[in-house]
Design a protein around this ligand. Structure first.
Ligand code: ME8
Length: 526
């Protein structure tokens, strides 16, 4: 059986869940649901990154002990994903004891193999990024991300011989052209690797930082937060037991934004090489959400919180916007106006109207009872069916390339076609003549097939809407194949795709119309 292991970054607990975290997590959830729907075994991992300077400082600022502080924010992330209906299989915290033991085991292994050494290093250190910067990387002497002058720190530390793996890494990226995707990020990493690769400082003295995992070979030091956090992707699988590492690790699909490309494309694969583990299957890198009003920040008061979006617009509408608006790999703009415009145009109008028109006519003309289809179909009926079959083929291709916006575009093009089919066949006019009643029943039967197909195609993107559609249509996922996941995760549902025209048996009754997406008034702006 095909397998896919999907991961989100482990989010730092110094911020509350916002739009950016939600996007990556919704993409991960969409991929999981999609692969599950085509019969793959899936495993979705998310969690929180809790050690390091940044967290220690945030805890101190809140007057809390770092663990108590991390407990609170980690709980908030987890409950947010629960409320948003994210179907993660496991939630890892880097403060979990099995994770700490795993990190120590790997550190010891790499140390014993001679790839970790003790040395002195002086450099510009940015606390925000938790890393040293070379002078060349600074912009006007400042960290380009935090716009702050870094501190010059000189101290004895442990180093990982990352430089030793440079050629091997270049080979891997060149021979596996989809290891890092989309292409622009692969090119960026290869360009970076053309320069000499320095060794990586992987420790912090406890005189300066206690909030970390102690090095197993020198307890005067804790490990650098990235060396700790990246290992979560394997430690979680090992913790889940069974054959999880063997079966799932080589199928790993990491999802990240471009901000953490270097740790995932350079540190992580070289760490894996040193630890004797295979590389991930794909590093999938998306762009950044930017706000109309500038960088999202608490002080600007423009932080987009997922639960507020869910309460105000519904989770599916928010998911739709995120997946439809951003081309995976490129930056996208977020604004309430754009969100509301999309909801009104694509969801309330195109999809919502289609659903309510079809169910209203079915109710009005036939009390909801589905009319049988004859063997002879009109050309427009066949075209309608073909359009949806074509949309599904396109969707499959786009999903393999993480082009969610194009996948949705393909579905909406079929929705537009269905709306035109109604205008073209004009069942409301036909119905006026009793001789045409049977044709009206057939037209509506085809339209119910449209809705049934949509309930399947939209499932990964808008799970609640897909469920609502099935309920309205009285479609039961009968004959589901239940395959127990090896890790006690969600069991797999293989939804049989009965042929168009063969699903609704004579006498089948569908429900009356329901407004799935109410129109939203645009807030008045000054
Ligand atoms: O970097 N647009 O955690 P983090 C799109 N702990 N995505 C965004 C975003 C934005 N404006 N802002 C954040 C860390 N993200 C480390 C990761 S992994 C072993 C350790 C998303 O809390 C995006 O996925 O800063 C980005 O890569 C991630 O949040 C950074 O989360």
């Amino acid at each position: 059986m095909e397998r896919i292991y999907i991961t989100t970054p482990l989010y730092y607990v110094n911020a509350e869940p916002h739009l950016g975290h939600t996007y990556t997590t919704v993409v991960a959830d969409t991929l999981k649901r999609y692969y599950q729907s085509i019969g793959c075994e899936t495993f979705l991992l998310t969690g929180t990154d809790e050690h390091g300077d940044k967290i220690a400082q945030a805890a101190q600022a809140s007057g809390m002990d770092p663990k108590a502080y991390a407990d609170r924010v980690s709980r908030l992330f987890r409950s947010t994903w629960d409320t948003c209906g994210i179907a993660y299989d496991y939630f890892i915290r880097t403060t979990d004891s099995y994770h700490k033991e795993f990190v120590q085991k790997i550190l010891q292994k790499i140390y014993d193999a001679g790839d970790i050494y003790f040395g002195e290093y002086g450099g510009f250190y940015c606390y925000g990024c938790e890393r040293f910067y070379t002078e060349k990387e600074l912009v006007d002497g400042k960290c380009p991300d935090h716009q702050k002058e870094p501190d010059y720190i000189s101290e004895k530390n442990y180093f990982f011989r990352m430089s030793r793996y440079r050629d091997q890494l270049i080979d891997a990226i060149e021979s596996r052209t989809d290891l890092i995707r989309p292409e622009r990020y692969r090119t960026e990493v290869l360009a970076f690797l053309r320069e000499p690769l320095e060794d990586l400082c992987i420790s912090r003295p406890i005189s300066r930082l206690q909030w970390g995992i102690p090095l197993p070979f020198d307890t005067n030091y804790v490990t650098y937060v990235w060396f700790d956090a990246l290992l979560n992707y394997v430690s979680a699988l090992e913790h889940c037991g069974g054959d999880a590492v063997q079966n799932l690790w080589p199928k790993a699909n990491h999802l990240i934004a471009k901000d953490i490309l270097k740790p995932h494309a350079v540190y992580w694969p070289t760490m894996l090489m040193a630890a004797g583990l295979p590389l991930y299957e794909h590093l999938n890198v998306h762009g950044y959400w930017v706000m109309d009003s500038g960088k999202m920040s608490k002080s600007l008061g423009n932080v987009v919180r997922p639960l507020e979006m869910k309460d105000r617009f519904g989770m599916d509408a928010f998911r739709y916007f995120l997946l439809r608006e951003m081309a995976f790999g490129q930056d996208a703009k977020f604004s309430l106006e754009a969100l509301i415009t999309r909801i009104n145009a694509d969801l309330a109008n195109n999809l919502g109207n289609l659903v309510s028109r079809i169910l209203a006519m079915q109710q009005k003309y036939f009390d909801g009872v589905v009319h049988p289809l004859g063997p002879e179909w009109a050309k427009e009926d066949q075209d309608l069916k073909n359009k949806f079959a074509h949309a599904e083929i396109e969707l499959t291709g786009y999903m393999a390339d993480l082009q969610f916006h194009r996948a949705l575009e393909a579905v909406w093009s079929a929705i537009d076609h269905a709306n035109r089919y109604i205008v073209q066949t004009a069942p409301y006019t036909l119905y006026k003549d009793e001789a045409n009643r049977s044709r009206v029943g057939e037209v509506l039967h085809h339209l119910l097939e449209v809705l049934r197909t949509l309930s399947r195609l939209l499932g990964p993107f808008m799970p609640d809407t897909a469920r609502d559609l099935k309920t309205l249509l009285g479609v039961v996922d009968s004959g589901l194949e239940q395959v127990p996941s090896s890790m006690g995760g969600n069991s797999l549902l293989r939804i049989p795709n009965q042929e168009w025209g063969k699903y609704f048996q004579s006498g089948h009754v569908v429900q009356g119309p329901k407004i799935l997406f109410p129109r939203i008034e645009m807030p008045v702006t000054e």
